[in-house]
Design a binder for this molecule. Structure first.
Ligand code: ATP
Ligand code: MG
Length: 266
């Protein structure tokens, strides 16, 4: 837990479907919060791919190489095996921290499940596709109306029950739409309608995430994000638009205002 009036807020990125954008949105969220002055720590539970950890390694290397001061979260990677190490990392990263960001693997994972139950905000990135949607809900093949929630929704439902029992807290579950394309496609509208129907039934919020942009893939080797504006010099229109959508994504999360970003003399 954080200190005094400034409790720790845990944000978990999870979706058992692989490649939906968990690590990409997790790193952007971490850096957006750190750039605001919040105390941010990251825990990567995907010890095989270690995308979040590698992204931040690259960022650390950029800081060393260029001598620039970039907002930099603390971060660790779990080995995927040791229970005691897992709890040690939670304790260590959660101390003196406003936001703990946990990235989970794109598969069922024991520690991923524990993280979900301990989330204050749970973010499930999803692409506009019925293949991705299938994990959270089944649709009628003719009408595309939601027939029933599927196993992943049930898993989250169980986690929420367990959490409510443990400390009475609620998990704010957010489905974040990633790799959005700004073309009017009938399939996208159908997926979007199905998500909205299921949102009401299962109890999650839907927020806009990132558009499909090459820049989100290209910044990885340097560990930069669109928020590191000074690193880019003159920014093109596409960059400005990307920053704007990042701001909207962060606003959609509706996270608590951390005490540490407040001015000392208000
Ligand atoms: N908005 C986007 N625009 C373009 N490419 C993206 C976008 N979001 C993610 N990607 C790319 O999609 C791939 C998968 O993204 P990412 O690694 O963040 O997903 P993940 O859910 O963490 O995957 P895994 O389940 O394997 O951990 C990466 O190559 C990433 O760069
Ligand atoms: Mg990942």
């Amino acid at each position: 837990m954080g200190e005094g009036s400034n409790p720790l807020h845990v944000i978990v990125f999870a979706n058992e479907k692989g490649g939906t954008g968990k690590s990409t949105t997790a790193v952007h969220t971490a850096i957006a919060l750190a750039a605001k002055g919040a105390r941010v720590a990251c825990l990567d539970l995907d010890h095989r791919q270690r995308t979040l950890g590698r992204y931040l390694d690259n960022r650390q290397a950029t800081i060393k190489r260029t001598g620039r001061e970039l907002p930099m979260p603390r971060y660790e990677t779990h080995d995927g095996e040791s229970e005691s190490r897992f709890h040690e990392l939670l304790e260590q990263l959660g101390t003196g921290t406003d936001f703990l960001i946990v990235d989970t693997p794109g598969r069922d994972d024991k520690f991923g499940r524990i993280a979900i139950t301990n989330a204050d905000t749970l973010i499930t990135p999803m692409n506009d596709s019925f293949v991705d949607f299938d994990l959270i809900g089944h649709v009628d093949p003719d009408t595309f109306k939601v027939v029933r929630p599927s196993f992943y929704s049930e898993l989250i439902w169980d986690s929420r029950k367990r959490r409510a029992k443990a400390d009475g807290a609620t998990i704010d579950w957010i489905v974040l739409r990633n790799r959005m394309q700004h073309i009017e496609a009938r399939n996208m509208r159908r997926v979007s309608e199905a998500i909205d129907q299921l949102a009401k039934r299962v109890g999650f919020r839907v927020i806009p995430g990132l558009s499909e942009r090459v820049i989100y893939r290209e910044l990885f080797p340097k560990g930069l994000t669109m928020l590191d504006s000074r690193e880019f010099g003159e920014m093109g229109l596409a960059h400005v638009a990307a920053r704007q959508e990042l701001r909207e994504m962060m606003a959609g999360m509706a996270l608590p205002e951390p005490a540490s970003t407040m001015p000392l003399f208000a």
